[in-house]
Each structure stands twice: as structure tokens, then as C-alpha cells.
Design a protein around this ligand. Structure first.
Ligand code: ADP
Ligand code: MG
Length: 224
């Protein structure tokens, strides 16, 4: 489902380039969940942005399903991203002027998907426990509720890959635990891959696999 081979990423700086990633290898099968840990600045967000096709690697290849997204022309890459990738960020990135329901529907505007997306959006909001919050705007929701809207939004196009970058970083411990419960529950039985960056050993232990990003490469981590 996801294959990363020898991925490197360098950023130019005034004093020369910095190699944030150097030879990342990762293979995930459909249905697997992965927790990515590692110190601040180790390149976790950079790696998620590359897997999410938001920025190309400097070296190496990324295959999602049977596609090499970075070989696609820009317009097709944007389409690929909105159909195949679901993002959940630390900050919810919901549009403040839109209701919960409208926010969940946003990713469907950029796809060719047909059928009743509104019914699916309502069903997803029900699954994340927000049945009675459909018309609420982000400012009228709690932090945990906003992340649950973000989860429903990430799932609306049934993407192959869900990427969550410290999704519970802004939540208190009890709320964070419920958000992780829900994230894993929504993933259970699905044929997609789920990659979550977290600083919490307790959160990481609940994923199928754990890796640590250190010195630009991934190391398998024990636990579970
Ligand atoms: P993490 O998410 O693990 O905290 P990041 O992936 O955000 O780490 O950043 C890794 C390193 O890459 C940091 O040193 C950061 O300063 C650098 N970096 C990230 N994005 C850019 C960029 N667009 N330009 C230059 N340097 C960057
Ligand atoms: Mg980060």
C-alpha cells in the first residue's frame, strides 16, 4: 500500500544544505497503523509532508498503491492528493466560517466523486459522536470535538492513507485518549494505512507498529 525507498530530504540554508532525512525506508501493508516518534526537529513533519505528497523528496521514491505521485503533473497530483490522502493536523485547520458538516464536505469539492456525499458526511459525523453538532462552527466546538470533525473530514473521500501529525498535541490527557480511541476505531477493519506522529509512548503502544525517526532514518521501536 505504501512503499518508501531511500527517501532523503535536504533544505538549503545560508551555510549550505541540511539533510533532514537520509535514507528513510518504510513499507506498510493495507490496514496497518504506524506510530512515528522522535525528538522535536528530527523530521517527522517533513516525512509526513512527503508521504502526503505536499512536498517531493530530494532523493528516493514514494509509492502509494501502484502510483508514484511525484511522477504526476501538478493538476493530477492535486487530484491524487485529495482522493488518496487524509490529513489530521495538530491545529485542526477547519474553516471558521463553515459548519462542521460543511467542513467535512470540503475535500469532496476537489474530487470527481459522485453519489450523496452529504449523507456520508452526516454518517461520519455520527460515527465520531457529533450527530447533534452538524451546524456548529469550529469556534462553537471544544478542542476534542474540532479534532473529531477533522477526522471525519480526513475520511470523507475514503483515502488510502491517513496522516495525523501530533493530532492530540493541543488536547488534555483525557480528551487526547478519546481522540486516539476514535482514530483507531475508525481505522479498524479498513484497508487503508494510518500514520500518526506522537510524543506519547502510551499512544504509540496502541498502534500495530512503532518507529523512531533518528539521524534522518527510521528505526523500529519496541513496545505494544
Ligand atoms: P519535527 O516535525 O520532527 O519536529 P520537522 O520535520 O518539522 O521536524 O523539521 C525538521 C528540520 O527541518 C528542522 O530542523 C526544521 O528547521 C527543518 N525544516 C523543516 N521545514 C523546512 C523548510 N521548509 N525549510 C528549511 N528547513 C526546514
Ligand atoms: Mg512536527
Amino acid at each position: 500500500m505504501l512503499q518508501i525507498r531511500s527517501v532523503g530530504k535536504s533544505y538549503p540554508t545560508r551555510s549550505g544544505g541540511i539533510d533532514v532525512l537520509r535514507g528513510v525506508e518504510l513499507t506498510l501493508n493495507a490496514g496497518e497503523s504506524l506510530a512515528v516518534m522522535g525528538p522535536s526537529g528530527s523530521g517527522k513533519s517533513t516525512l509526513l509532508n512527503i508521504i502526503g505528497t505536499l512536498e517531493p523528496p530530494t532523493t528516493g521514491t514514494v509509492m502509494i498503491g501502484s502510483s508514484d505521485p511525484f511522477a504526476l503533473p501538478a493538476d493530477q497530483l492535486a487530484r491524487f492528493r485529495s482522493e488518496q490522502i487524509g490529513f489530521i493536523f495538530q491545529e485542526h485547520h477547519l474553516l471558521p466560517q463553515c459548519s462542521a458538516l460543511e467542513n467535512v464536505l470540503l475535500p469532496t469539492l476537489a474530487t470527481s466523486a459522485k453519489g450523496d456525499r452529504s449523507a456520508r458526511a452526516r454518517e461520519l459525523l455520527q460515527r465520531v459522536g457529533l450527530n447533534d453538532r452538524l451546524e456548529h462552527r469550529p469556534a462553537e466546538l471544544s478542542g476534542g470535538e474540532r479534532q473529531r470533525v477533522a477526522m471525519a473530514r480526513a475520511l470523507i473521500n475514503e483515502p488510502a492513507v491517513i496522516l495525523a501529525d501530533e493530532p492530540t498535541g493541543n488536547l488534555d490527557e483525557a480528551t487526547a485518549e478519546r481522540v486516539v480511541d476514535l482514530l483507531l476505531e475508525l481505522h479498524r477493519g479498513a484497508q487503508r494505512v494510518l500514520i500518526t506522529v506522537t510524543h506519547s509512548e502510551a499512544v504509540a503502544s496502541r498502534f500495530d507498529r512503532r518507529v523512531v525517526l533518528r539521524d534522518g532514518a527510521l528505526q523500529e521501536a519496541p513496545g505494544g
